[in-house]
Design a protein around this ligand. Structure first.
Ligand code: GDD
Length: 341
């Protein structure tokens, strides 16, 4: 019988980490999942997938290289998926140094451990479409120049280029997936899609009066996270180490996301107000406000538009997205209704 492959997933209790752990376990991997110590109460996703006791759980602070070294000495990793990060763009403006330490330098610590302890280990770095920032091309692909707009995106760029540099300098199998926004019922509540869905369901249940949002004109290329983790794995099974954009090629505004959630939940609504700060979504049956704009949720610098070209991944990895925007909203709303009390 072939030896089980051993994979490390950092940030295992997050949205992508839990889906990837589930995926790799189904592929018969031995999965080591790590998280920072304070992430303990976020293991609900692993519980919902029924895999908490199927993986080996390790606490790991990406700020400390000796902790990463310890893991590399304990296990013989075939593959490392570095998904851990301070991943909320909004918070990166309030904690830029912590973001840089984990989201940028954390990657370098891993690359150094692989270079010095385990150069055969394949490395996947979670790069982000946020790096395209104030976009320099209408549709973004692997060759589009980056133009980051937040400490988060700057840190992701560092991780991205560190991964490329180690691949070229030391011949490591180290790649980056440039993933566009990917959502699911496992999305953290601070991200806009889950915030909107949770908000509408709370309104339905009388637990919340209205939802407050920031820039609803921002457009994103939204895919389904469960499908995106397969692309990560495919990148590490590739013949040669290369970077790929993973996206849907479609873009919708936050406002359109709100409209689709409202439609699916049978709210009759209309937008009123002209200026961006005055816009309100009204329930036309009751005249009550469902969504208002609050300046507090605007970012000091914004990424207004993202739309990814995944044709290289389609051609070379045989990967393509299967879930469209409406289906994604349906999946998220249905599961939120099922689990909300
Ligand atoms: N979070 C949030 N909350 N965002 C809001 C709100 C609000 O109340 N109102 C408007 N938005 C806008 C944000 O300004 C942004 O333009 C958009 O909604 C999406 O915000 P997020 O859901 O927080 O995601 P993100 O696009 O900033 O970043 C996500 O995707 C990246 C990939 O492009 C994160 O998952 C990143 O970690 C990831 O790299």
């Amino acid at each position: 019988m072939a030896k089980k492959k051993i994979a490390l997933i950092t940030g295992v209790s997050g949205q992508d980490g839990s889906y990837l752990a589930h995926f790799l376990l189904q592929k018969n991997y031995k999965v080591i999942g790590s998280d920072r110590r304070s992430a303990r109460n976020t293991q609900w996703r692993l519980d919902r997938l029924g895999i908490m006791d199927k993986l080996i759980y390790e606490e790991l602070e990406l700020g400390e290289i000796f902790e990463i070294q310890r893991l590399f000495k304990k296990y013989n990793f075939d593959e490392v998926y570095n998904l851990a990060a301070q991943s909320f763009v909004g918070s990166s403006f309030n904690s830029p140094l912590n973001t840089a330490n984990i989201t940028a330098l954390g990657v370098l610590r891993f690359l150094e451990c692989i270079r010095t302890i385990s150069p055969k280990t394949k490395f996947y770095q979670a790069s982000s479409s946020e790096m395209f920032g104030d976009v320099l091309e209408k549709i973004q692909n692997e060759k589009t120049p980056f133009n980051p707009q937040s400490p988060y995106a700057i840190s992701k760029m560092f991780g991205h280029f560190a991964t490329t540099n180690y691949r070229l300098s030391y011949n490591l199998f180290a790649v980056s997936g440039i993933l566009f926004n990917h959502e699911s019922p496992f999305r953290g509540e601070e991200f806009v899609t889950r915030k909107i869905i949770k908000g509408f369901i709370n309104i339905l249940k009388g637990k919340q009066k209205f939802i407050e949002l920031g820039n609803i004109e921002a457009k994103r290329d939204w895919g389904y996270a469960k499908e995106y983790v397969e692309a990560m794995w495919k990148m590490l099974q590739n013949k040669s180490p290369k970077d790929y954009v993973i996206s849907t090629g479609k873009t919708y505004s936050v406002k359109e996301f709100v409209n689709e959630v409202a439609r699916y939940l049978n709210f009759k609504t209309k937008w009123i107000g002209k200026s961006s700060l005055n816009k309100k979504l009204i329930h036309t049956d009751t005249n009550k406000v469902l969504v208002k704009i609050n300046k507090k949720f605007f970012r000091p610098a914004e990424v207004n538009f993202l739309k990814g070209d995944f044709s290289k991944a389609r051609k070379e990895l045989n990967w393509k997205p299967k879930t469209d925007f409406k289906k994604l909203v349906k999946i998220m709303v249905d599961e939120e209704l099922k689990y909300s009390n």
